[in-house]
Design a protein around this ligand. Structure first.
Ligand SMILES: Cc1cc2nc3c(=O)[nH]c(=O)nc-3n(C[C@H](O)[C@H](O)[C@H](O)COP(=O)(O)OP(=O)(O)OC[C@H]3O[C@@H](n4cnc5c(N)ncnc54)[C@H](O)[C@@H]3O)c2cc1C
Length: 251
C-alpha cells in the first residue's frame, strides 16, 4: 500500500480513517465500452487484494474528484485475481461524477479507494432457491453471486432474477444466468414502482429461499419488505442494500 492523497475528503474521509479503513491506489490498465450506457475498466489494486480477502459482491469506496472535493462512491470488484492483484469494475452510466470519470478514464489513470464495510457470507446448504432483484449498478454483484452459487456445493440451486432496465441496451449486458435460472427484465417506470409491483404480484411461499436486493433506495426497501412479508423469507435470509438514491447524489 503506497501513500495516497486523502486531502479533500471532508467528514466522510475522517470517519473512515478513524474506523481504520485502508486506502489503496488503483491504476487503470484497460477500458471497454460494453454498451452505450455501460463501461468496464480493468485495474491493478495497489496491494488491495493482498491485504483484503475476497468475497462475493465485494465492494470498495472509490474517491472521485469534483473541483478539488473528493466524493466516495461504492463499486464492486469483478473477476478479481488475488495473486495478480487485478480486477475489473463495471460502471452503469448516468449523469454523475463517478460515471463521468469512468467514461473518460484512460490507461495509466489512478484513483484512490478505501476498503471498509463490505461484508457478505454465502448462506449454507439449506437454501432451496434465490430471489435476486437488481439493476445495471448491481449487475456486477449479481454476477459474482451467480458465480459463487455455481462454485458452491449446490450449483443446481436456481435463482429468480428481477432486473430493472432504463435503456434497451441494458438487456444485452453480460448476465451470468445459468440454465436453471429465471430472468425477468422490467422497464423502470413510475420511479421504480413497476419492478416492485412485478415482484409483489409474483409472490409464492419461499421461506426456504435466500433474498438479495440492490436497487435504488426506495425500491430496495419495498422489495426487501415484499420478500419478507409476501414470500415469507425470514429476515435473516434477506440481504438488502440501497445502491443509489433517485434524483440525488449518493452523499
Ligand atoms: C455497495 C455498492 C456497490 C455498488 N457497485 C456498483 C457497481 O459495481 N457499478 C455501478 O455502476 N454502480 C455501483 N453502485 C452504485 C453507485 O455507487 C451509484 O450509482 C453512485 O451514485 C454513482 O455515483 P455518481 O457520482 O455517478 O452519481 P451521483 O452523483 O451519485 O448521482 C447523480 C445522479 O445520477 C442518479 N444516479 C446515480 N446512480 C444511478 C444509477 N445507477 N442509475 C440511474 N441513475 C443513477 C442519481 O439519482 C442522481 O440524480 C454501487 C453502490 C453500492 C452502495
Amino acid at each position: 500500500m503506497g501513500q495516497v492523497a486523502t486531502k479533500g475528503r471532508g467528514w466522510q474521509g475522517a470517519v473512515l480513517k478513524l474506523l481504520g479503513g485502508d486506502d489503496f491506489e488503483l491504476t487503470v490498465t484497460g477500458t471497454e465500452v460494453v454498451t452505450d450506457h455501460y463501461v468496464r475498466l480493468e485495474f491493478t489494486g495497489g496491494g488491495l487484494l493482498a491485504k483484503r480477502a475476497l468475497h462475493p459482491t465485494m465492494w470498495i469506496r472509490m474517491w472521485f474528484d469534483d473541483a478539488g472535493k473528493l466524493h466516495q462512491r461504492g463499486y464492486t470488484l469483478v473477476d478479481a485475481d488475488p495473486a495478480a492483484d487485478t480486477f475489473g469494475i463495471e460502471f452503469a452510466i448516468h449523469d454523475g461524477i463517478a460515471a463521468r470519470w469512468a467514461q473518460h478514464a484512460e490507461v495509466g489513470d489512478t484513483i484512490t479507494a478505501t476498503v471498509m464495510g463490505s461484508k457478505f457470507t454465502m448462506p449454507g446448504d439449506g437454501v432451496r432457491g434465490w430471489i435476486i432483484a437488481g439493476d445495471p449498478a448491481s449487475l456486477p454483484a449479481i454476477n459474482s453471486l451467480l458465480d459463487a452459487i455455481e462454485a458452491s456445493d449446490c450449483p443446481q440451486t436456481p435463482a429468480t432474477l428481477w432486473l430493472e432496465y432504463q435503456h434497451e441496451s441494458d438487456k444485452t449486458l453480460p448476465l451470468r444466468a445459468r440454465a436453471q435460472d429465471t430472468v425477468h427484465w422490467v422497464a423502470r417506470e413510475h420511479d421504480g414502482a413497476a419492478l416492485v409491483d412485478a415482484v409483489r404480484s409474483s409472490a409464492v411461499p419461499a421461506a426456504d429461499h435466500f433474498g438479495w436486493v440492490a436497487l435504488d433506495s426506495v425500491s430496495t426497501r419495498a422489495v426487501a419488505a415484499s420478500l419478507r412479508n409476501d414470500y415469507g423469507i425470514p429476515k435473516k435470509s434477506v440481504k438488502a442494500q440501497a445502491y443509489w438514491i433517485p434524483g440525488k447524489s449518493f452523499a
